[in-house]
Design a protein around this ligand. Sequence first.
Ligand code: BG6
Length: 467
Amino acid sequence: MNGKFPQHFLWGGAVAANQVEGAYQADGKGLSTSDLQPQGIFGAITPRTAGDSGIKDVAIDFYHRYPEDIALFAEMGFKCLRTSIAWTRIFPQGDEETPNEAGLAFYDRLFDEMAKYGIQPLITLSHYEMPYGLVKHYGGWGDRRTIDFFERYARTVFERYKHKVKHWLTFNEINMSLHAPFTGVGLPQESDKSAIYQAIHHQLVASARAVKACHEIVPEGKIGNMLLGGILYPLSCKPEDLLETQRQNRDWLFFGDVQARGCYPAYMQRFFRENGIQVAITEEDRQTLRETIDFISFSYYMSGCVTADPAQYETARGNILDMVPNPHLASSEWGWQIDPIGLRYLLNVLYDRYQKPLFIVENGLGAKDRVEADGSIHDDYRINYLNDHLVQVAEAIDDGVEVMGYTSWGPIDLVSASKAEMSKRYGFIHVDRDDAGNGSLERRRKKSFYWYRDVIHSNGASLKDRR
Ligand code: BG6
């Protein structure tokens, strides 16, 4: 894989505030929607009561241990670390006039620590959480006023960190609201489609406002969107399967189309009409949406298949989206189908569609690890997964796709989003904590730690084409 990756390729890892920080009430932080989902993003919404606790309340205690963790990332040679800002550290309820200084100061310390090692931050404004106060008092993104609250928050952090953070993302996996509306847009899980698309519309307008604000405030700043890149293949070459695949891919590409092209794509008119979906869109909204992102970012874990035949339809176990299993692919322990070539395909699809630079901001293997008696962890399965995906990234670069960087998901073990488990581990760094919250939180290097260090140091030359 010699010479395929560009010289300034941003190698690194990605985490999210609610999955690593813990300290869920420290320094004036308010409750976020994530704090009310102790079982993960599909779990029940559970009101907090005095003295209760959940795995995310401490997570991996990154809030206090970040200097040690950043030093370990630096040891691997990270050029970039993706994390999110917890909106509730800055505006605890969401609708305050002035921000919480203690929350702002935390991220100053974090970014300064990264700067010591030359690690660039890539910051998501909202990663699967929002202030619960906005849900309680305004109905989340269902209310147009949430756009203004978000813009205030975005402008506050752009002003504060404009000299420290040059790469920004708006909403994590923005298309997930279709599957997890409470997590995505602060709506009840059983909301109807009109309500969900209205809230999504507000979020898309807010995203465009953040893009405009970033362009105004951050010198040389670049801001992207973030899609769950759940690319789908037809299960067969039957034309009906192909059409259904196109339709289902448009479910998620719709978000990218609005954010990258600046308007609603034509196909949505028929979709809204045939599904009885009403969305109020003002002329001012249409103008706002014209402010488009600078680059496309996405997560990629798996691909899936689509069939138009209901009899053949089967839900792939563990997949976030309802996908039909691909008979040609193996699965992870969580039933996520492993498809490195799908990443090359997806990169090409997105580049053909948008002609904007792409950033792979999540990719990785969730697996159970065994700590040997001598403390070592031989995670060859993780090395193979990441190696094979990066080989396909190199192929896509060779195809002519502009790829800015790659941040693997969970470079340090963290709390999983879908089930709030610690045992689903992604890290190069092991964290001693189990699903019940027991453990010392001690950090330990896995075999993959040294492997990734070599990949970064060699700028991809050490990758092995195992096909
Ligand atoms: C993405 C999310 O969906 O996938 C992350 O942006 C999440 O927050 C990751 O952690 C992996 O999913 P899980 O459920 O294995 O944590």
